[in-house]
Design a binder for this molecule. Structure first.
Ligand code: FAD
Length: 411
């Protein structure tokens, strides 16, 4: 039926005609049917709350479905506060202390989902990410939560009760949870609505940028990347005080692979990266051990590095020099290029290629106990919309679940 929603007009929102179903009163409205929103919905509904979840996607949990290359790296056995980037590093402690990897393993076990442990304590599902999305949806519904899909969120108003225009339907609730993630990977429905709504409620946004993202080298260094595209090698990569030792992959215009993705979440435009292409293998010792060799330096190095790399990062003279004739100065130059290769990336590959959005709603404005905004009682923010970014390895989904349960049980 066509109606004029004059309660919205009274709150100085645009008053326009729209088709509206009878608005039912809810205890909780959750915006976003992703990992954090659904997990929160399930826990809130289990506490007896009347919960409605709203999402613009035709399918819920689309990011979960593509996570971990389709296998969903859903947690990490070594999860702890040090795995998170947050302006206030203490913020995550409370939620993490109350939610361990065994909690989510237990939830999956109840839903027939098993896991494989990979390097560095990363847990991936055996059955695939689709099963995780399915379990989140079915268990939220079983607990009594209503999930409205394919609904554009046109406006949000009120400060408790809150009113949401969801594709023409007025949805009213005493509490509102923003679980809209960040804008990375728009191809699965990500938007910046979470940040825009936060601003509407005067919540500050800090340091927003793409994270876990490939980096683009400046034009001068792109020749190296083009020649090396597809080659991977273990490196230590450093930015300021932070460093990671992991594989690096050359792309046609820069670098990717776990080491790059990890450091990209710390990198800010203009900062240099220092790459050690031979971590744990001091070049000077290796040369000393082969001091009598009459091989060309680049050929000796090909025992340790991908064949083309020495020629690309050393001068022709140095790469072609005979090992036995290398001067002290030449060894120093080689050490600098191989152990301390310095580059200032031109950019990241942007939100389209970023697995996460770094930064977000300032956690100083949020209770670390139940994710409620300190100055708007009843408004909560969870998951990636917050200024909490996990390292690569299952930490982001772990945070989505941990913040979801902290909020859901504390509503
Ligand atoms: C390719 C890829 C792979 C990843 N793999 C992993 C992994 O293996 N392990 C890991 O820990 N992390 C991984 N991540 C990160 C992880 O998926 C996210 O950090 C996590 O899903 C965030 O949960 P969230 O609930 O905060 O947001 P999301 O899961 O993104 O949920 C937000 C929800 O809000 C909805 N929404 C957004 N805008 C609107 C709007 N305007 N109107 C209505 N609804 C809206 C979306 O449709 C979505 O359903 C990966 C990310 C990507 C992109």
């Amino acid at each position: 039926m066509e109606r004029w929603i004059c309660s919205l007009a009274a709150r100085r929102l645009p008053c326009y005609p729209f088709t509206m179903s009878e608005s039912k009163h809810n205890d909780v409205i959750i915006l976003g049917a992703g990992a954090s929103g659904l997990y929160c919905a399930m826990h809130a509904a289990r506490q007896g709350r009347k919960v409605v979840v709203i999402d613009h996607g035709a399918k819920p949990a689309r990011k979960v479905r593509v996570s971990g290359g389709g296998k969903c790296n859903f947690t990490n056995l070594h999860v702890g506060p040090d795995n998170y980037i947050c302006t206030n590093p203490h913020f995550v402690k409370s939620a993490l202390a109350r939610f361990s990897p065994w909690d989510i393993i237990g939830f999956f076990a109840e839903n027939g989902i098993t896991y494989d442990e990979r390097d560095h304590g990363q847990l991936f599902t055996v059955e695939g990410a689709g099963r995780v999305a399915g379990a989140l949806v079915s268990q939220s519904r079983r607990a009594g939560a209503e999930i409205l899909l394919g609904r554009e969120i046109r406006s949000v108003s009120g400060t408790g009760p809150f009113e949401v225009d969801a594709g023409g339907d007025l949805v009213v609730g005493d509490k509102l949870v923003i679980a809209l993630g960040g804008p990375s990977w728009a191809q699965v429905g990500a938007t910046d609505l979470g940040f825009r709504l936060a601003k509407q409620f005067n919540l500050p946004i800090v340091g927003q940028r793409p994270g876990l993202v490939p980096l683009v080298f400046p034009k001068m260094e792109q020749d190296i990347c083009r020649e090396m595209t597809g080659n991977a090698l273990p490196v230590t990569i450093e930015c300021g005080n932070d460093s990671f030792t992991d594989p690096l992959l050359f792309t046609h215009k820069g670098i990717s692979g776990p080491a790059t993705l990890q450091i990209s979440s710390y990198w800010k435009v203009g900062q240099p990266l220092i790459i050690d292409f031979l971590p744990g293998h001091p070049l000077a010792d290796f040369i000393e051990d082969n001091r009598s060799s009459n091989a060309q330096f680049k050929n000796l190095l090909s025992h340790l590095l991908p064949k083309r790399l020495p020629e690309l990062i050393l001068s022709q003279d140095l790469a072609g020099a005979t090992v036995s004739q290398l001067s002290r100065k030449q060894i120093e130059v080689a050490e600098n290029r191989i152990h301390r290769f310095t580059v200032i990336p031109a950019s990241t590959e942007g939100y389209g290629k970023a697995e996460v959005t770094v930064g977000g709603v300032d956690t100083d404005a949020i209770s670390s106990k139940n994710m409620e905004c300190k100055h708007v009682p009843g408004l909560h923010v969870i998951g990636e919309t917050l200024d909490v970014t996990g390292h690569l390895g299952g930490f982001n989904l772990h945070w989505a679940f941990a913040s979801g349960v902290a909020c859901g049980e504390g509503l």
